[in-house]
Design a protein around this ligand. Structure first.
Ligand code: SF4
Ligand code: FES
Length: 360
């Protein structure tokens, strides 16, 4: 069994934004169920003892937690590299400087599009874009490392080069150009988010020249869209191999969408040590390694490379999490996945079901 290297700490599902591709579940966990500071501190210590190197403080919007500074300090005390994944709403220069003093190493800022009108419409929050740009400048002025996260979909895919230019102008060292992954709210909004094949191939062709043009100042990471792929990605680096997610209420998941798979039993950090959950919880054991595989994965040369792709996508499209990821051309459900991205879908209007707010 491998040891995890990364911990995604979902501090809260509360968020002022309402992005239609949000990876949070359709039913959000409430504030009253959130873990307290002391429990997060214990989780970080347990993670570090297992060999985890990095914690990604995420949400929802982590800044919605009043104790964010204490949480950052606890992660630093545990010896973890601390990365804050934020929309910037709720973080001004003073609060950011406090987080840096507490030990914050890195900031990942979401940017929805290049202009305020479109970006704020996608985020479902007026005025967000202007605040994000100001926040990015504070991050750079403080000398913190900055990555820009951009989720690509039909409304902004034509702006990929301009989004890269914006990240460079803001002083980011890295931009993640991630095509929407259709889980959670993105699955709900798939018809409005899905780009055409022509848009996807054009955007992907643009990436190599952009990498060359910005090679002296910006790393461009590309997360390719599964619906137009013929080989799947090793989702999460393989189920229960490299990382774990802790939800706001303390449930430990092998990936952010794992709760969509019926029949899995998740254990909680409220009841057990993280190492015990990693090694023994039924949800982590369910798809660890290759024993669970059916054909075509079971006898495939790539089974130790992509681990059969994404279990949650197999469930969503093939109806069974034990199937090969339908992004794979060898999957009997590959044609079904391609059908879901056919042009007829692209006449759908760009109206989104925005994610809601968690119950108080
Ligand atoms: Fe990966 Fe399974 Fe497809 Fe082989 S058959 S490439 S292991 S998803
Ligand atoms: Fe769950 Fe890919 S999102 S395995």
């Amino acid at each position: 069994m491998t040891q995890p290297l990364g911990l995604l700490a979902e501090l809260t599902h509360r968020c002022p934004l309402a992005c239609p591709y949000c990876s949070n579940p359709l039913v959000l966990e409430s504030r009253t169920d959130e873990l307290d500071t002391a429990t997060w501190s214990r989780v970080f210590q347990e993670a570090a003892a297992m060999g985890v190197l990095q914690v990604h403080l995420s949400g929802g919007e982590p800044a919605a937690r009043r104790d964010l500074r204490e949480i950052v300090a606890a992660a630093r005390d545990a010896g973890l590299y601390t990365n804050l994944i934020t929309s910037a709403i709720g973080l001004d220069a003073v609060r950011l400087a406090g987080l840096q003093k507490a030990g914050l190493d890195h900031v990942q800022l979401s940017i929805q599009d290049i202009d305020a009108g479109s970006a704020d419409r996608i985020a479902g929050y007026g005025g967000a874009h202007v605040r994000k740009l100001a926040f990015a400048r504070h991050v750079v002025q403080l000398g913190l490392a900055l990555t820009v996260n951009t989720v690509i979909h039909r409304a902004n895919i034509g702006n990929t080069p301009a989004l890269v230019a914006l990240a460079a102008e803001l002083g980011a060292g890295r931009i993640e150009v991630a095509h929407a992954q259709y889980h959670g709210w993105a699955l709900r909004n798939r018809d409005a988010l899905m780009p055409t094949a022509e848009q996807v191939f054009r955007a992907m062709e643009q990436v190599e020249p952009l990498r060359a043009a910005y090679s002296d100042r910006l790393v461009i990471d590309l997360v390719v869209p599964d619906y137009y792929a013929s080989q799947p990605k090793p989702c999460m680096g393989g189920w229960a191999r490299r990382s774990l997610n802790v939800t706001p209420a303390g449930r430990v998941l092998p990936c952010h969408a794992a709760e969509t798979i019926p029949g899995l039993e998740f254990w909680s950090v409220r009841d057990r040590d993280l190492a015990e959950i990693w090694s023994q919880s039924p949800a982590f054991q369910a798809f660890r390694g290759t024993e669970w595989m059916r054909e075509p994965c079971r006898s495939c040369d790539r089974r130790e490379i992509d681990f059969g792709g994404c279990r949650c996508q197999a469930l969503a499209i093939a109806g069974d999490a034990r199937e090969a990821d339908p992004a794979c051309a060898l999957s009997p459900y590959h044609a079904r996945m391609q059908d879901l991205a056919r042009p007829v879908q692209h006449d759908a209007p760009l109206t989104y079901a925005y994610r809601g707010r968690p119950a108080a």
